[in-house]
Design a protein. Structure first.
Length: 175
């Protein structure tokens, strides 16, 4: 049975599809394409059935990622088939925890940036960050392209740590 990961933001047109396509690329590069399934959804149904925001598509394509996407709303019944539910900000985390039918399902929910491993350059800066540093991926929807580029950087940074965690979980299931 494949290991299943679902990324969740508000409308499923900016952050979560970006995370989905970046992480799917990491999974494929790691040779885990048949073993790990990746998708995304939104906490709200505002954009259900629509494609990704054109700025998300542009940033993904400029960086060599696929971007064929149709927005959908997260359903509580999905918890039973998912191994990890990855929230893009604290608001999504809270909304998903309210939807979780069981404590075990709530334990599957994590913030994406909790998997970020700072680069050597940013490690020095992180030493000066306040305790409890914000783990949200900011919503780029109401801003310009620079917000989408920043979002992609945060997603890419966290994807490697998330991939390591998924591998560890998969090994734990096999044992």
């Amino acid at each position: 049975m494949p290991y299943r990961v679902c990324f969740v933001c508000t409308g499923n047109i900016c952050r979560s599809p970006m995370a989905e396509y970046v992480f799917r690329a990491r999974v494929e590069e790691a040779g885990l394409a048949g073993l790990v399934e990746v998708d995304s959804a939104g906490t709200d149904g505002w954009h259900e059935g629509e494609g990704a925001d054109p700025r998300t598509v542009a940033v993904l394509e400029e960086s060599g990622y696929d971007s064929d996407h149709t927005a959908r709303r997260f359903q509580p019944s999905w918890f039973s088939r998912l191994d990890l539910v990855i929230a893009l900000d604290a608001g999504h985390l809270k909304a998903l925890r309210r939807l979780a039918p069981t404590p075990g399902d709530a334990a599957k929910i994590h913030l994406l940036r909790s998997y970020a491993r700072p680069s050597p350059e940013s490690a020095a800066q992180a030493a000066f960050a306040p305790a409890g540093d914000d783990l949200d991926v900011p919503d780029p929807y109401y801003g310009g392209m620079d917000g989408f580029e920043e979002c992609l950087e945060m997603v890419e940074e966290a994807s490697l740590g998330l991939l390591a965690a998924v591998r560890e979980h998969m090994e734990g299931r096999a044992a």
